[in-house]
Design a protein around this ligand. Structure first.
Ligand SMILES: O=C(O)[C@H](O)COP(=O)(O)O
Ligand SMILES: [Mn+2]
Ligand SMILES: [Mn+2]
Length: 546
């Protein structure tokens, strides 16, 4: 049981955690949609409330190095668990470095399965070094190992990124990779990219937001249907010529063919590795491969394959059953311990971030803890630069109703805007995204105050704070040939704010800026605000009681 906190009895009303996804603290004014936004509520919070900055990237959230930006998975894991675990990116890199991945039963079954069939292993996943969902070095290592172990044919199904890496960088990965594959393709070994497309266009949907994307991916990778090209370099060049101005993540699907025949359809007896380590955008395509009774779309044919995920993406659903590297065992999360303490919890976001405040928050578990209520607001299925307000108003409505119901001691929500619109690279839309969140806060905070509650307002990582690529040397925005700024779609390395909105204790509480303060300190801070000691495994609380 969580003990009573001796220094403070807890606020009378609810404790609300508000995650402004993708809201970092900008270093430069130029290129910051946050600096440019008209945001009177946030300005007032920063002027009047106790606030500090939190580390939200690199080793502070379990990434391999401090050069790694933060992301929603590791950010929400850290916030919800109150602890930092070595995350998928680090676990896979280690398992490859020490060779343990090749000794695992799953890898051996992938190789043996292929050898018993046509000798074909397919690798499918996000094709970049973003290290958010995947890393191209992991793919390289697997292709080389497959050759070493006598696999005859490797086919790669590559989702072009441009979202965790620069927006038109696909050829920086495709060209050297096709050269690497050509060099390896000797002695009867044949490895080629067989299909692909923009990651926001095919295969990598999440949280059931847009299954037709996954269907398009299935048709491309499995059935070999789509516009044909001779190789992936030609495909990227050809698609760019046909769709000028389209950034990598949005490029259409492509199929590599010889004499009109696709070179890499997926057939009975093949092995398939989905090599993303992160689960949210891996679950739907995985279900299409492993579920016998599957009704989301007509698969046309369902090849009998040996399928493995890089990790197990959902521990509750055991999805998939076969995986190459064991995921971090995230235990003793705040959701679980607050549930055991008998506190009712409410979690809300729109579809695009719904799993972030539920599945990621609870340590990549899809089941609720007792006393939890989850509310999903359906997201629009449109390019978000066209609707930068997204569902901020509806999330605020749901939160206000939940607070006013008086049923919940702990509430949490995620406003997707800064992140989802930040990823489009559209500066104007990103300022509107920040403004929409500001408006939602303006409605939500008085309701929290009226209920005798407090709020912690924070973010999981930066994005809208830096909308232009920065030159590595000068750290100033890079320019396109025409003199315009180079749009940046990825997350940032900037810290994020933690603001304590407290109008109920008469100034008794403040936040402590410790040198290591990070996202994993939020759970203990929430516990103290609710009048409870933190769990022994959670990182320190940042609450100061005067
Ligand atoms: O999946 C995505 O949209 C990006 O790769 C990362 O964004 P997120 O970590 O904020 O979800
Ligand atoms: Mn995020
Ligand atoms: Mn993001």
């Amino acid at each position: 049981m969580l003990q009573k906190f001796s220094a403070f009895p807890g606020v009378p009303g609810p404790v609300v955690v508000i995650v402004m996804d993708g809201y970092g603290i900008p270093k430069l004014e130029v290129g910051s949609a946050i600096a440019a936004a008209n945001k009177p509520t946030l300005d007032r919070l920063f002027a009047e409330c106790s606030h500090i900055s939190l580390r939200a990237h690199g080793t502070a959230v379990g990434m391999p190095s401090d050069d790694d930006m933060g992301n929603s998975e590791v950010g929400h894991n850290a916030i919800g668990a109150g602890q930092v675990y070595s995350q998928g990116a680090a676990l896979v890199a280690n398992a490859i470095a020490d060779g343990s991945i090749w000794q695992g039963e799953a890898w051996q079954q992938i190789v043996a399965g292929a050898k018993a069939g046509r000798g074909v292993v397919h690798f499918m996943g996000l094709f970049s070094d973003g290290n958010v969902h995947s890393h191209i070095d992991h793919l390289k290592a697997m292709v080389a190992q497959a050759k070493l172990e006598g696999v005859k044919t490797v086919r790669i199904h590559a989702m072009l990124d441009g979202r965790d890496v620069p927006e038109t960088s696909a050829l920086d990965y495709v060209v050297p990779f096709e050269a690497f594959l050509a060099e390896l393709s000797t002695d009867g070994f044949d490895a080629r990219i067989a299909s692909g497309g923009g990651r926001q266009n095919i295969t990598m949907d999440r949280y059931d937001a847009n299954w037709p994307m996954v269907e398009k991916g299935w048709k491309t990778h499995v059935l070999g249907q789509g516009p044909q090209f001779a190789n992936a370099t030609a495909a990227v060049n050809g698609l760019r010529a046909s769709y000028p101005g389209t950034i990598d993540q949005d490029l259409p699907e492509f199929v590599i063919a010889e004499n009109g025949q696709p070179i890499g359809t997926i057939e009975d007896g093949d092995s398939v590795v989905f090599y993303n380590f992160r689960g949210d955008r891996a679950i739907e395509i995985t279900r299409a491969f492993v579920e016998q009774a599957f009704s989301r779309f007509d698969r046309v044919r369902t090849p009998k394959v040996t399928y493995a995920g890089m990790l197990q993406y959902d521990g509750d659903l055991k999805l998939p059953e076969r995986f190459l590297v064991t995921p971090p065992a995230i235990r003793d999360t705040s959701g679980e311990w607050f549930s055991q303490a008998g506190l009712a919890q409410f979690a809300c976001s729109e579809t695009q971030k719904f799993g972030h405040v539920t599945y990621f928050w609870n340590g990549n578990r899809s089941n609720k803890f007792e006393g939890e209520t989850w509310q999903e607001v359906p997201s629009d299925v449109v390019p978000f630069e066209q609707r930068p307000w997204m569902k901020s108003a509806e999330i605020a409505d749901a939160m206000i109703a939940a607070i006013q119901s008086g049923q919940y001691k702990l509430l949490r929500c995620n406003f997707a805007n800064g992140d989802m619109v930040g990823h489009t690279g559209n500066f104007r839309a990103a300022t509107m995204a920040v403004e929409a969140v500001d408006l939602a806060l303006a409605r939500l905070l008085p309701v929290i105050e009226a209920a005798g509650g407090v709020a912690l307002i924070t973010a999981d990582h930066g994005n809208a704070d830096e909308m232009y690529e920065l030159d590595k040397k000068t750290k100033q925005p890079s320019l396109n040939k025409d003199g315009s700024y180079k749009a940046k779609t990825a997350h940032t390395l900037n810290p994020v704010p933690l603001i304590l909105f407290d109008k109920v204790t008469g100034g008794k509480l403040a936040l402590n800026q410790t040198p290591t303060a990070g996202l994993s300190n939020i759970a203990a801070t929430v516990a103290n605000l609710a009048g409870l000691e933190k769990h022994a495994k959670w990182d320190e609380s940042l609450l100061q009681v005067k």
